[in-house]
Design a binder for this molecule. Sequence first.
Ligand code: NIG
Ligand code: FE
Length: 403
Amino acid sequence: MKRVFFNIGELATATGSAAVCGCAQSSVRKLHRAWLLEEDGTILAAGEGAAPDADEAIDCKNKLVTAGLVDCHTHLVFGGWREHELAMKLQGRTYLEILAAGGGILSTVRETRKASEDALYEKTRALMAEMLRHGTTALEIKSGYGLDLETERKQLRVVQRLKTENPDIAATFLGAHAFPEGMDHEAYVDLLCREMIPEIAKDGVAQFCDVFCDDGVFTAEQSERILNAGKRCGMIPKMHADEIKEIGGTQAAARVGAISCDHLSETGRAGMEALRDGGVIAVMLPATSFYLKKPYGDFRGMIDAGVPVAVATDMNPGSTPNLSLPFAMTAACLYGRLTPEEVLCGATLNGAAAIGMADRLGTLEAGKQADLVVWDADNLDQLIYRYGTNRAAAIFKRGARKI
Ligand code: NIG
Ligand code: FE
């Protein structure tokens, strides 16, 4: 069946099937008074002027249409919430102080261990539906709130179950998210490399392996060991780095050939060059900086250095309980000093590239999947500018209306 989306006020899309950077990142294509034709979930063509005939015609009411947003960094499967940390934050306790006191990630670990798989599934499913309502049609989900094989497996099984609802979910094993309470650090790194990673790989439930490489968590050397163990088992490396302090994470990410390195709010010139030379995508998470009241990172510098930049939410119960990618996009523009075009590219094509989906997602071009959002905004600038309310008006996945 052919479907035509007509009367599109502005069709804004990145172009291509690989992460792009710099000038290329701003070479977003904009069509006006436009249309888009799809057949059985695949885009056939897009253009300006009179729309072609089709079996079904959808009036976009002169609004903005973009590709479905791709949120390439979330921690969506977790037990409980952490609103009780708000008071501690207001007293000036830092993220790491709360973690060191047995709160933070470790309190979510306790809740996640306790929760049944079904309860986690229902909760994550509802969160994913909320993300879809905000325009996110593809996403990545990490484990990392188990820190033991059984619970990490439970989280990743939830992700697998969600894939029956939306096949465009990437699963990431983040057993190296923190050290289990009372356990020797080196012993846990050994356990990850020798047992947990091979077992998770055998289950076939995670394509990516991630590690929280930062001050007080995993060292660059430990991170490299863990990601190499993942690689030997067929998992593609990813990394959380330079969120708190630069401890060599970017260089380690480049050495192991990570597909992306995320957070990077403290990264300086040498780190940027390491990412560029290693072909690593930088994932910016400005909603986390907002909520932790921390620096946003030099993402303008990142683009100027030649590193492709993606934008994601980092949705999790501690450092940023926000699942709106449009909110992160506005923050990336204002505080990361990216142009609206670079931000759109970061939340679509480059996000898709950071989870290995850029061959089929991230742009509105012939051959790509017809995942698109009609926004209650006249143009891209207006979408970024009218932050704080949900502007997603209609959402289509493989051509079919979801919202
Ligand atoms: O990406 N930085 C490490 N991990 C998460 C936070 C997880 C949590 O606080 O529960 C993040 O921000
Ligand atoms: Fe994260």
